[in-house]
Design a protein around this ligand. Structure first.
Ligand SMILES: Cc1ncc(COP(=O)(O)O)c(C=O)c1O
Length: 424
């Protein structure tokens, strides 16, 4: 495959954007080579500026669960555009989307719309602190909750790929209230609560960790978090930016039957447009301005185009529950191919979410995720890319399927995974 046009565009982009990109993982830093410059996408396929076509398993990092350019979503966006792009005033669409979200995730009794997952988690934590009158939060090593200052401590995703989990430019005092625990490590959480019984406002967790590769919660871990937070009067925040509307219509909380006090959403909630949502029990959310004293605002919050895309996406998912079964079935076929072709790797799965670790150690947390051979992953990634399969350019991201992936897509991918194995 030729990547000449992408390479030239990347070269030029470096003059404009740090590393040539507007979000770090896109730069292919951990796998090498020039990133593919996407020209357009349709269904399960993306097309680059060199005219190459790929089966897409990045899926815009999750939002495009129905596939790229899904008719009803595009129609809704087109129609909304004709009525105006942004008003800075309330609209009926926000109410419709809010109603759908609450129907799917009843624990979000009241919510606030923002424009990204980062904003959603940052604001949820502010509300949790305002509600409890406490300062400290517990986060887990390897979990990523966006790039707000207080959460860039042992974060996953791009912060992990760049091997600089702690960002420069964040004053130490900004993270002094961020306590770190081990994902799936109950003892580490217990110790923090024993040390700070009255000071922890919230535990924030990805109910399925998906930013250090895929690490599912161990049996009873989420239940444990529910119990210990309740016992100490802290809030439990599920960051469902990835799992929301992906682990099923009710997200990870319905899938595992553990109900948090607060939830954050992004990605699918905006159907491919910029969107974030945070919400939870009414009494907590009533601490948010203008009702309460926790200030939070946004010029483009609840944007009419993003809400239109979110409504069309969530309505489709509600009307077609079989989509989830299909995603899991497709994931199952890919996972079988991976396990057969690459017996020395570990494949982790939760619902239709999965990732392969080039490691012989079972991956259950951040430390074990780091045992992966990232060089081998890079070779595997490039073989797939060269053969028309676009997966995450990092060992520590996961694969995203969509309803648009066809049997032929999956079969072709399985075959190429098998070929890749003999070239590693
Ligand atoms: C679990 C989780 N939370 C928060 C975020 C941040 O969302 P955004 O990139 O929309 O700011 C992400 C991004 O991937 C995420 O995976």
């Amino acid at each position: 495959m030729k990547f000449e046009e992408s390479e030239a565009l990347f070269e030029e982009s470096r003059n404009y954007f740090p590393g040539g990109v507007n979000s770090p993982v896109r730069a292919f830093g951990s796998v090498g080579g020039a990133p593919v410059f996407v020209k357009r996408a349709s269904g399960s396929h993306i097309f680059d500026e060199d005219g190459n076509e790929y089966i897409d398993y990045v899926n815009s990092w999750g939002p495009s669960i129905l596939g790229h350019g899904y008719g009803p979503v595009i129609d809704a966006v087109r129609e909304a555009c004709l009525d105006g792009l942004s008003f800075g005033a309330p609209t009926k669409k926000e109410l419709v989307l809010g109603g759908l979200i609450r129907e799917c995730i009843p624990s979000m009794e009241m919510m606030r719309m923002v424009s990204s997952g980062t904003e959603a988690v940052m604001s949820a934590i502010r509300a949790a602190r305002g509600f409890t009158g406490r300062d400290k939060i517990v986060k887990f090593k390897g979990c990523y909750h966006g790039h707000s200052d207080g959460l860039l401590v042992k974060a996953g995703s791009g912060a992990l790929t760049g091997s600089a989990p702690d960002s420069a430019g964040v004053p130490a005092s900004y993270t002094e209230h961020t306590l770190l625990a081990t994902y799936n490590g109950e003892e580490s959480v217990k110790t923090l609560f024993e040390q700070f019984p009255q000071s922890i406002a919230a535990v924030v967790v990805e109910p399925v960790a998906a930013n250090m590769g895929l690490v599912p919660p161990s049996q009873g871990f989420l239940e444990f978090l529910r119990e210990i937070t309740t016992r100490y009067g802290a809030l439990l925040i599920f960051d469902e930016v990835i799992t929301g509307f992906r682990m099923g219509i009710g997200g990870a909380q319905k899938y595992y039957g553990v109900i948090p006090d607060m939830t954050t959403l992004g990605k699918i909630a905006g159907g491919g447009m910029p969107m974030g949502v945070y919400g939870g029990r009414r009494e907590i959310m009533e601490t948010v301005s203008p009702v309460g004293k926790v200030y939070q605002a946004g010029t483009l919050s609840g944007n009419p185009i993003a809400t239109a895309a979110g409504i069309a996406t969530i309505k489709t998912l509600m009307e077609r529950p079989e989509i989830y079964k299909g995603l899991e079935e497709k994931a199952g076929r890919l996972i079988s191919a991976l396990k057969e072709a690459l017996p020395d790797t570990k494949v982790n799965q939760a619902g239709s979410l999965f990732s392969v670790f080039f490691s012989k150690t079972p991956v259950v947390d951040f430390e074990t995720a780091l045992t992966s051979d990232t060089k081998k992953y890079a070779a595997y990634f490039h073989y797939l890319l060269d053969h028309g399969i676009y997966t995450a350019p990092s060992q520590f991201e996961i694969l995203f399927l969509s309803a648009a992936h066809t049997d032929e897509d999956i079969e072709k991918t399985c075959n190429i995974i098998k070929e890749a194995a003999s070239h590693l």
